[in-house]
Design a protein around this ligand. Structure first.
Ligand code: G6P
Length: 356
């Protein structure tokens, strides 16, 4: 069954392996008979009629939301705000005239998100929930639901649900866009293949984790643009399961303070998949290397340089998070394993948090 670990030592490993299939399944689920990507017309209309989208989420789902903002703004030209659920309820920004709220939640049960949903419904606004759990609280209480179709996610650290969220956000933005400048269906297929080829190189990531993260106290992730959001997710993954203190930074921001923490051998994992900022990002890597950092550059085919630790296959720059997240998931997994941590059930964490 779907919730059987089979021969896998951990659910997390199984769920990472499922990611190419998840992207393909989503593409099929959101396809009409003519093979075009589509969503429920009522949802399409609700988004098109909104003057601003408010994405509300927690944890990994919040990181997917940051990428979703780029999709809605770049493809569909709809302004978006992304908010942490636990802050939004009592610290609401001034809302636009016709807001639509989008709740992103793997479980559909996160209390921090639910309290916001209850408030915005009381205020008379419309809400859409993107969730992996049909019939969940957030799905039932919202006006609309878009399903992630990732299959049950058991490991506490979210992997395939994140990839599903990014894919469904891309499809949604694409469908509501007037003239999207991307052949999304084709590009999702390319991304699924890229994920597969990264997953097929597991030993490389195990070795990297061993050489970079075996004994370190802390680690930094940097990236610019889309890679910045993936850096945040990479840091969260590493913290959650390996207990290494980690932070994700915008490439240009680390030097404004946090660079003080760089010592001899401090691991800095740098994502370089965005062509227009690749040079600047590599400049930021030089800054930390000059202070002794141990760099691990994850670049994309066509942009790679001789000493990059990992080069992932080329995917559309907007979809790069789908591929770029996989190396950081795998590195985190192997770091946790090598440090003797309980990968699927990290201390202090729950799969879904039903208290505020
Ligand atoms: C918990 C989990 C995280 C997850 C977050 C949001 O803190 O440990 O992995 O990202 O909740 O969960 P949701 O189900 O709302 O996406």
């Amino acid at each position: 069954s779907d919730i059987d670990k089979g021969t896998y030592p951990h659910y997390m490993l199984k769920e990472m392996d499922e990611q190419p299939a998840v992207v393909r399944r989503i593409t099929q689920k959101y396809e009409n008979e003519a093979g075009q990507l589509t969503i429920d017309p009522a949802i399409q209309q609700a988004i098109q009629e909104a003057d601003r989208l408010y994405i509300i989420a927690a944890g990994t789902s919040y990181h997917a939301g940051l990428i979703g903002k780029q999709y809605f703004e770049k493809l569909a030209k709809i302004p978006v705000e992304v908010h942490i659920a636990s802050e939004f309820g009592y610290n609401m920004p001034l809302l636009s005239k016709k807001p639509l709220f989008i709740f992103i939640s793997q479980s559909g049960e996160t209390a921090d998100s639910r309290q916001v949903l209850v408030k915005v419904k009381e205020l008379g606004y419309q809400a859409l929930t993107m969730t992996n759990a049909p019939g969940s609280t957030l799905s039932r209480e919202a006006d609309y639901t878009l399903l992630l179709h990732a299959g049950p996610e058991i490991a506490v650290a979210s992997t395939k649900a994140y990839v599903a969220q990014v894919a469904v956000l891309a499809i949604t933005a694409y469908v509501v866009a007037d003239q999207p400048e991307i052949e999304l269906k084709k590009e999702l297929g390319i991304a699924a293949n890229a994920i597969q080829s990264i997953i097929d190189r597991k030993e490389e990531f195990a070795k990297l984790a061993e050489s970079f993260l075996a004994t370190t106290r802390n680690a930094f992730f940097i990236g610019r643009g889309m890679d910045y959001y993936v850096s945040m997710e990479g840091a969260l993954k590493l913290k959650e399961i390996s207990y290494i203190q980690a932070e994700g930074f915008a490439g240009g921001e680390l030097k404004h303070g946090t660079i003080a923490l760089i010592e001899d051998g401090t691991p800095v994992i740098a994502l370089a998949t965005q062509k227009e900022v690749a040079l600047n990002l590599r400049g930021n890597v030089k800054e930390v290397v000059a202070r002794g950092a141990n760099p691990c550059i994850i670049s994309m085919e066509g942009m790679e340089e001789a000493n990059d630790a990992i080069t992932i296959p080329h995917v559309h720059p907007l979809l790069s998070p789908l591929a770029a997240v996989v190396p950081v998931q795998l590195i985190s997994y192997y770091a946790a394993l090598q440090r003797g941590c309980d990968v699927d059930k990290p201390r202090n964490l729950a799969k879904s948090v039903t208290v505020e």
